[in-house]
Design a binder for this molecule. Structure first.
Ligand code: B1M
Length: 212
């Protein structure tokens, strides 16, 4: 019997050797012919969720989350052919970017990793992204959620511009915002559908907003 709990534990603890551990535990589960969806859901995603909980509680830090995300990506890569065979599709698509005028991307990248860890497809449009770029990507990808990051008080207002551009384009998309200066009060003020204070909460919120 494959030990998916060991996979969950390796990701939750996210120690220095987590990438090697996850690759070898994923391979072992595949060798024992455990269903790829089970390995993904009950091993990799469950482990990343647990690491997210530790991160939110201040028990794990950015390096552990980055390593965990790298390990998760390595595991998913290994599983990919089996997942395709099993017809596994991401649950929903999130377009993610840092708004116009803002080059900060460390937090955004962390959010992207947690979203992927939650089984969502992430279309990362990078930094300094104009409202039209968000709209085009949401249209092209049929995104359920348009997610924006801003780190500067001077670029926060660009989030309102993106929300307006999505509405003007008639998009059926929920908007999610976050970043160091952003608060729930600000989200309410500009009419965003959701706010998340950190990467793990962003994944929870994106799932809630996309209804998956
Ligand atoms: Co900049 N910078 N920076 N900077 N920088 C800050 C943000 C600043 C607070 C530093 C300071 O003065 N104390 C300050 C902003 C002040 C303000 O507006 N109130 C500042 C400034 C002023 C500037 C420049 C203007 C400096 C200058 O040139 N004079 C300039 C602006 C450039 C630009 O963007 N146009 C600038 C440049 C840079 C660097 C390029 C040097 C570098 C960025 C490198 C990069 O990102 N690739 C940089 C850095 C590293 C920082 C600090 C030190 C760290 C930011 C960071 O990555 N934190 C920052 C000071 C600080 O925060 N202590 C600072 C770690 C990251 C994991 O956290 O991004 O907050 P964070 O993400 C969190 C949450 O906010 C949340 O989840 C993440 C983790 O859980 N979150 C979301 C983020 N996005 C989310 C989206 C969501 C939900 C949650 O939903 C979609």
């Amino acid at each position: 019997m494959a030990d998916l709990q060991a996979l969950v534990d390796a990701l939750t603890e996210s120690k220095r050797e987590v990438v090697e551990q996850v690759v070898s535990l994923t391979q072992a589960a595949m060798d024992q012919e455990v269903d790829a969806r089970e390995i993904l859901q009950d091993g990799l995603i469950a482990g990343m969720n647990a690491l997210g909980v530790r991160f939110k509680a201040g028990e794990a830090f950015i390096p552990e989350v980055f390593m965990g995300a790298r390990a998760m990506n390595a595991g998913v890569e290994l599983l990919q052919p089996k997942l395709i065979e099993a017809g596994v599709q991401p649950k929903a698509t999130v377009v993610l970017g840092t708004v116009k005028g803002d080059m900060h991307d460390i937090g955004k990248n962390l959010v992207g990793m947690m979203l992927k860890g939650a089984g969502l497809k992430v279309v990362d449009i990078g930094t300094d992204a104009a409202p039209e770029k968000f709209v085009e990507a949401c249209q092209a990808e049929g995104a359920a959620v348009c997610a924006m990051s801003a780190l500067l008080t001077t670029t926060m207002p660009r989030m309102g511009d993106v929300i307006k551009a999505c509405k003007d384009a008639g998009l059926d998309v929920k908007t999610l915002i976050g970043g160091a200066p952003i608060t729930q009060a600000y989200a309410d003020e500009i009419g965003a559908d959701g706010f998340a204070p950190d990467a793990a909460s962003a994944a929870d919120k994106a799932k809630e907003l996309s209804g998956v």
